[in-house]
Design a protein around this ligand. Structure first.
Ligand SMILES: *Cc1c(COP(=O)(O)O)cnc(C)c1O
Length: 242
């Protein structure tokens, strides 16, 4: 089996799962954007994904993402199908401006310090027209004192959202979350739904919800996800050496 056929089969399975989850939840599959997470996989896989109709890819580490984006620069030319790059990983503040130079969507904004730096990077993006970078606020679904907690506390979202809205080159789009390890994702995503309901009351147009990965995309779609971030179910196990 060629790599092309392998990826085509993975994509078909995942698209089938998304369609089935939408049917279960009474949702339209067109409401769901599949973001294929290509971390640790080569740029050649991004090319195959684009050939197979994928419009959105995601990465979680700056150096790897920047290099892969550069290797795929020719895919972004005039007449090429649109390819959007998503950054979904933990962001160091000293890398934020550099990430905003190539990422079209940043899913992992979880503290105030990142906002000004992302805005500066977004403002300096190359290209003829002013562009803006789409931003999702990452909300933590872990208990407040958990070690290694990523994401903002739900109580911090209003202030963070206000900062993003005030930034000239960023566009507030919605929320992102990762279900905690070891917890039933249905329960975790139910909490996320509650957080999102409150958030939407203040920011009705920021209605994206990035949630769901290979293991829990059905639960996320049931809880209202608009963007699922799927790696291994499309591309296979990630190489263990990074
Ligand atoms: C790697 C990663 C994913 C994809 O995980 P899979 O289990 O391979 O689908 C999704 N979201 C984030 C933030 C990731 O880092």
């Amino acid at each position: 089996m060629t790599r092309h056929d392998e990826i085509a089969a993975g994509l078909a399975r995942v698209r089938g799962r998304i369609a089935a989850a939408c049917a279960d939840a009474g949702r339209d599959p067109d409401e769901i954007t599949l973001v294929v997470i290509t971390k640790y996989f080569p740029a050649s896989d991004v090319r195959l994904l684009v050939d197979l109709g994928v419009t959105d890819v995601g990465e979680n580490r700056h150096q790897e993402a920047e290099a892969k984006h550069r290797e795929c620069a020719d895919l972004l030319g005039a007449g090429a199908p649109a390819l959007r790059w998503h950054f979904v990983g933990g962001l160091q503040s000293n890398k934020a401006a550099a990430v905003a130079a190539y990422a079209d969507v940043v899913h992992s904004v979880d503290r105030a310090k990142l906002v000004g730096r992302l805005d500066a990077g977004a403002h300096d993006r190359p290209g003829p027209a002013p562009t803006s970078v789409d931003v999702l606020l990452q909300v933590s679904l872990d208990p407040p004192d958990s070690p290694g907690r990523a994401g903002a506390d739900p109580t911090d979202l209003p202030a963070l959202a206000a900062l993003v809205e005030a930034a000239g080159s960023l566009r507030l789009r919605g929320l992102m979350a990762v279900a905690p390890l070891g917890e039933d994702p249905v329960a975790a995503f139910a909490r996320l739904s509650d957080v999102r309901r409150d958030f939407l009351a203040d920011h009705p147009s920021a209605d994206w919800l990035s949630a769901g990965m290979s293991g829990d995309l059905e639960a996320a779609i049931r809880a209202g996800a608009t963007h699922v971030r799927v790696g291994t179910a499309v591309l296979g196990s990630r190489p263990s050496v990074q």
